[in-house]
Design a protein around this ligand. Sequence first.
Ligand SMILES: [Zn+2]
Ligand SMILES: [Zn+2]
Length: 346
Amino acid sequence: MFRLFKKSKPVKIRSYHESTKYGVAAKDLKELLKKGCSTLKLSFSGAHVCLYSDGTEVTEEFFQTLPDHTELVLLCRDQTWSGVVFDISQLLNTDRHANDLIEAAKGLLSDEQSPKRRKILTDLLLNMEDRSELESREEDENWFKGVDARFKTKSAYMKFNCESRIRGYMKDVENTTKTIQKPRVRANFLKASKRLAEMLKTARYNGCYFDRTEKKPDRLCTQEGWFTCQGSFDQDMCKSLHSINPYGSRESRIVFSTWNLDHRIEKKRTIIPALLEALENHKATDINLNYFYCQLFTRENLKLVHIVCHKKGAHNLLCDAKMIFGQASNQNKGSRKAEKRKRSLK
Ligand SMILES: [Zn+2]
Ligand SMILES: [Zn+2]
């Protein structure tokens, strides 16, 4: 009798596997199960319903208390739902549903008004439209848009990108020469700078750091091309867990240019002045140029950092005075080995 007067409650229902939600109106749980099963083409026997948000099982009594348009999941016998968190872990398992999810996210984005949700969706799309497994220009033309035609593979371009940055550091050393007044010191500095340039050329400008086809200790990224922020100069690691794969999309490639290969001991403020000072009173041959080379151009002193982890203020780190001169070269090797040992222990 009473049932006749009960109002239908509109809810949104989806299945375990499909994220599409359907609007269904039902007076009670039994009707909801019937309608839901027929809409989602699921077997009625054993079917049950729970809250999408946290997986709470919906009983007849509970159903009556639900607000209109509550999001529910219709489950088959033996299926359970642990709520949104489970949905996110499924979402991250993108290999299986990648294309469906990209389409779904695009659909949501097309009529999303909130800037915050737009940002979340575009970031999600950016990360899911990952074409990093493609390497050549023919395979992924879009990635190469705006990249000089001589680059045929992503790795070749990324290697060049790293080289250019490091060549820029060499330019800073070379430009210092012009600012030196005393001819003798200038000649000394020029000699040192030429020697550094030779060393750098031999190491092929350390372009290997960005090249995912290189061997493990030489590249800073994974085989797939993922780079992880190494944290600001005064931190052991990045607390924000920044990461990026510039091989994945054109946009990521461009955004990667805001990532910095940052000198822990600062190049212009500290290393170059220390080199200059040493050369004021010593011949270029007395200087431990290998030490300066490592500080200026190698990962011994360079950290790849997300722009947020790139602190612009003074680092207040000094060159190691014991390492500056040639006689320290044996000690140098020893302590570098120790440094390596320290690192491999991490
Ligand atoms: Zn970071
Ligand atoms: Zn910096």
